[in-house]
Structures are given as C-alpha cells and as structure tokens.
Design a protein around this ligand. Sequence first.
Ligand code: ADP
Length: 430
Amino acid sequence: MTVLTGLLLIMGFVLIQKAVRRKDRKKYAITQTVIEKNRLNEYMMEKVVLSTEAGKDIRIFHQEKLMEEYGDNMTSGWRNAAKQLAGNGAKWDGIQGFLSACIGGIVYLYIAICAYVGEIAAGSVVRYAGAIQQLIQALTDLMSAWTRLHRNRAVMEEYLAYLDLKDVKKKGTIPVEKRRDGKFLIEFRNVSFRYPGTEKYVLKGMNVTLEIGERMALVGPNGSGKTTFIKLLCRLYDPTEGSILLNGVDIRKYDYQEYMQLFSVVFQDFQIFPFALGEYVAGSGQVERERAMDAIRRGGLEELLGKMPEGLNTMLNRDFSDQGVEISGGEAQKLAMARAIYKNAPFVILDEPTAALDPVAENEIYTRFHEIIGSKTALFISHRLSACRFSKEILVFENGNIIERGSHEELSEKPGLYRQMWQAQARYYQ
Ligand code: ADP
C-alpha cells in the first residue's frame, strides 16, 4: 500500500507540474500577441498624442477620429489578451488546486489507514499529516520556482541573443591622413547598395572617382540616391557590394572614430535637441564659447543670439525650461549649420542647406558660402540649380547612378537631364 500511495503521489506531482507548465506556456504565448500592440501604443503616445508638433496636423486634418480608432484597436487587443490571461489562469489554477486536494486526500487516507491498522499511534495522525502537508507544499513551491526559471530562460534567451549581436560594422585601425590642402580622392568602386531588410537597390554598380578639394554639387530627381551616396561616404552604412576608397584605401580600414571626424554633415532631417544653445552647437557639455559664438555668427544667427535671454545657456525649446526659446524652421536650419561649422571637419556636407530659408537668407548663405565653410571641401545637395552654378563640379544622379558630371557651363550646353532641369527652373525666373 505504501508503494501504491507513493506512486499516486509521484503521479500527482507530475500532473501538477504539467499543469503549471501549460499555464505558463499559454501565458507567454498570449503576452507575445500584444507585443506589437504595445509597441504601437508607445509610439502613438510618445510621438503623436503627446507631441506638440503633431497637434497641428491632428487638428487641421481632423485626425482625432483616426487616433481614436488606433486607440480602440490597441485597447481591444489588450482587453482580449487580459480576458484570455484570466481564463488561462483560472483554468490551470483550478486543475492545480484539484490535483493538490487529491494529493492531500491520498495522504490523509494513507495516514488514517496506518493509524487504523496500528502502524502509527492515533495521537500522531495530526503530526504526520501536518509534516506531509508541509512537504507537499514545499515540493509544489519548488516546482513553481523551477517552472518560472524555465519561463524566464525563454525571455532571457531573447535578451542574451540581443546582447550577443555582433557589430557587423568593420572598424579598421589605419589613421586617416591629415591633409592641409583639404584635397581628397574618393573612389566608389562598383558600389551597389540596398537598405538593410529591403530588396530594392538604391545605388547600382556605381563607379566614380571624385577629386574633391573645393565645392561639389549633387543634383537629381527625388529618390535618385543622393542622400544615400552621402550616407555611404560618411560610413553610416557600408556598401552591400563594392567598396569606397579614400586616397586609395578602403574606408572600412580606417579607424572608425577618426574617419567620422572628417565629416560635418547637415542632413535634411537634422534634429534639434532640448539642450542649451551652446551645448547644441558644440555637441558637448564642454562648450568653447568663442568658437561657438563664431560658428553662430557664421551660420547667420547673430540676431537670434541677441534675443536669447541667457545667451549660449538658453535652452532650445521649452520642454525642460520655461526660459527656453522656440525657434523657427529657418533658424533651426541655420543652427544645424552652426553645429557643422563648430565641428571644424575638413569635409562639409550639406543636404538641401537652404530648403527652410527665406530667399534673402538663402542668398546670404550662398554669397557668404566661402566665409561659412572657409577653405574646407564642400559637398552639397540642392534642387536650386542657381546655387549649384558656383560649384566646380556638378554630379547628376538618376536611378541610383551618376549619369552626368561637369561644370554648370558644360552641362547646360549639352542635351541631358541637367539641361532639362536647368531650363525647367530658369523658366520661372525669366
Ligand atoms: P535622394 O536624396 O536622391 O532624394 P535618397 O538617397 O534619400 O534619394 O533615397 C533613395 C531611395 O532610397 C528612395 O527610393 C528611398 O525611398 C530609399 N530609402 C532612403 N532611405 C531609406 C531607408 N532608411 N530605408 C529604406 N529605403 C530608404
């Protein structure tokens, strides 16, 4: 009988463990279904609902209803998941409780029979029952802990796999040659590129050698690959195929940090952070005041600085300070330019540098271009071809490749995309 009771108890424990595991597995599967909704919710709250900038669009285009629909969709997802979780918990907790009660019953029955046949004294029944009950409770807790350990391992595995991700960016060791004359030879050798996770080639088999020492302009239709070309040059991405060489050396072989020091870039989608003006321009908490003032002046922001209540210490926007100053789109663009000037890198790259500026400010930027960038090498993307006229060389992009190159005079005289674009724009000024 002792053996039979032992077997029944072991079976009971195995079943309880199975029940606990099933419950946990199901719970994990249910929570996985709301991950996507959680992400969407976080995004909506952070970037849309609580964002001051989005407020204009939401109100003007009556997007409140759309936001509500998204909100309903998210909360209904959670409600379903919560219902399923509650159902799952109740079902398996019930089964577990039932099995525990059965085990308890078997134990009491066994002790009662032992007492009945005189194997133990009747007075010891309660003592034995209590001890065995405690043992059962301890074993059940042990099994729960074991199951939790298993479940956490599944979660930890994802986390550890994330931490183990290899940095695929090759980081070389060669120091970058410091040239006083600012002349660089850049070669794109059979470069093709598609963005990670996409199939479409944005640059296709590009072979081009550029001797950069002065100003160079990149023009071409939207989506033709100009910004991508710049991103590859700055090593924000590596080519999918082919290689890029700087002064004859594959750029992946240069020390990454040193290579990044070569570039000051103002991208179209530059960000203004809620830092103090000086910190933003310096990109650091240690601000060289004279250098920052000079960059701000050359960026054309002297007037704005005059209006800043705390000078370089004025916070940009009012997110963190009531004394902060909200700046206009044009001022933001000049500020991004000032930051690029402060960095004092040998390459200055400007992607649509005057898109947000009024015509007077734009004209001022181009006429003071030399003062702004000094003797540095400048590469800029612009749709205003009148601004490209002053570049030594113009590269014309189409469908992920450079189809024409030359000076404004050369390109505007021969039939081709540049002349077409030039004539289309010039029409409005005649
Ligand atoms: P351009 O500067 O000439 O307007 P881009 O280099 O910005 O062109 O874009 C070229 C193509 O690459 C476009 O079709 C664009 O949709 C695509 N693209 C740009 N950035 C990304 C990205 N981060 N992920 C996927 N595709 C992108």
